[in-house]
Design a protein around this ligand. Structure first.
Ligand SMILES: Cc1cc2nc3c(=O)[nH]c(=O)nc-3n(C[C@H](O)[C@H](O)[C@H](O)COP(=O)(O)O)c2cc1C
Length: 244
């Protein structure tokens, strides 16, 4: 690993990206079905997240790429921070007037991907997003540092602005109006819950025969479960292994 970093530093300007090779997991560290303690993806997600939280090199383990689709049928994605994981799904917070929010309003189908490089692991989530109750958004909003609350109020996320200075002036005006003690009013901002339909757990192997185990909401068609390609899981899920 150190050698790889040195090489990259030495030839930073002209290192061919095609030559970059990171060592992934060895055969004996393969991610196998028998390693899954509870055959249920939310529990497994929490276990993987806990391992990511305990891995020092991963400085923002809850950073996740969120993909949405616009009314024109075109996808776009951006990072958000995952703020809650429950049996119902995955919650992130954002501006309700932003581009992503407009996308979700016209098409609530979303996808999210996390990548934890030091663990050679990635998780993909596909599901349907819905706004969380306003009182829950309000509660979380006021738990954030005051500067972040003011920042959220000052920024009509995704709208065009003339300059950085423009934003600073709005922030200054809000600070003057609120003083030090007035509560920051909730802007057009809040949480989305992604109710998952599919969650894939990926672990990279050095021989490129990566492990991919996908949990899918069970469609209810019994003959689907053959215990060869499709296996029963808990809480209305089935799981299957995909070729890498
Ligand atoms: C690591 C990281 C975390 C982010 N977390 C959030 C977040 O939780 N909510 C959010 O609205 N934007 C977040 N952003 C900014 C978004 O990536 C994006 O710039 C913004 O939400 C506007 O996206 P949109 O115009 O597609 O709606 C984050 C960016 C990064 C790089």
């Amino acid at each position: 690993m150190r050698l790889l970093i040195q090489l990259r530093k030495m030839s930073a300007a002209n290192v061919p990206l095609s030559a970059l090779r990171l060592k992934y997991m060895e055969k004996k560290q393969a991610f196998l079905e028998e390693n899954i303690r509870v055959k249920e993806p939310i529990t497994l997600f929490k276990e993987w997240m806990n391992q990511a939280l305990q891995t020092e090199e991963i400085i923002e383990p809850n950073a996740a790429s969120l993909a949405t689709v616009g009314s024109d049928g075109c996808p776009s994605n951006r990072f958000v921070l995952l703020k809650d994981i429950s049996d119902e799904g995955f919650t992130f917070f954002t501006n309700y007037g932003s581009r992503k929010a407009q996308n979700i309003a016209s098409n609530p189908n979303v996808a999210m991907t996390l990548y934890w490089c030091p663990l050679r692991r990635s998780i993909r989530i596909e599901g349907v997003a819905e706004k969380i109750p306003q009182e829950d958004s309000l509660k979380y909003f006021h738990e954030r540092p005051r500067a972040s609350q003011i920042g959220a109020l000052a920024s009509e996320q995704s709208s065009r602005i003339p300059s950085r200075k423009h934003l600073d002036e709005i922030e200054k005006k809000i600070k003057q109006e609120l003083g030090d003690d007035k509560a920051v009013p909730l802007p057009n901002w809040g949480g989305y819950l992604i109710r998952p339909k599919l969650i894939e757990f990926w672990q990279g192997q050095t021989d490129r025969l990566h492990d991919r185990i996908v949990f899918r909401k069970y469609s209810g068609v019994e003959k689907e479960i053959d215990n060869v390609l499709v296996h029963p899981a808990e809480n209305g899920w089935v799981y299957e292994r995909l070729a890498p």
